[in-house]
Write a protein of this length. Structure first.
Length: 122
C-alpha cells in the first residue's frame, strides 16, 4: 500500500470554513507575520490572537435566518511595505496596550502545538 504525504500552502484564503475541512494545521498571518499557529480545530474553536478571533467571527454561517454580529475590528489596514512598529495588528486591535505599540511580540506556545504572537499571553 502506498502512503502519500501531501503538504499544501494556501495563501490569501480568508474563508476559514474551507480550511477547517482540508487541513490539520493552520497558520494565521497578518501583514506577513505569523500571529497564530496550531491544530486547525484548536484555532477554529479557541482562537487566541485578536486577529484570529476576528477572522473566526467573520466566517459565514450557511443559514440566512442567522444574524451574525459584525466582527469587532476597527481602523485601517497598515501598508505591508511600511508596517507600524511593535505588533503589526496594533492599529486595529481593541485589546492594544502600550507594549503592543513599541515591541513586536514573540511566539509563545500556550499549549502543545498551539502558539501565538501576542503580548496578551506573555
Amino acid at each position: 500500500m502506498d502512503i502519500w504525504c501531501l503538504n499544501l500552502v494556501f495563501t490569501d484564503l480568508h474563508d476559514l470554513s474551507i480550511l477547517s475541512n482540508i487541513s490539520e494545521r493552520l497558520m494565521i498571518m497578518y501583514l506577513g507575520k505569523v500571529v497564530e499557529i496550531g491544530h486547525t480545530r484548536d484555532i477554529i474553536t479557541r482562537p487566541m490572537h485578536p486577529y484570529a478571533q476576528a477572522l473566526i467571527a467573520a466566517v459565514p454561517i450557511p443559514d440566512p435566518a442567522y444574524e451574525r454580529p459584525i466582527p469587532n475590528i476597527r481602523g485601517e489596514v497598515s501598508q505591508p511595505i511600511d508596517p507600524p512598529p511593535g505588533c503589526r495588528f496594533q492599529t486595529r486591535c481593541l485589546k492594544v496596550t502600550d507594549i503592543c505599540r513599541t515591541r513586536e511580540p514573540s511566539m509563545t506556545e500556550l499549549e502543545p502545538g498551539h502558539s501565538v504572537a501576542c503580548h496578551l499571553y506573555t
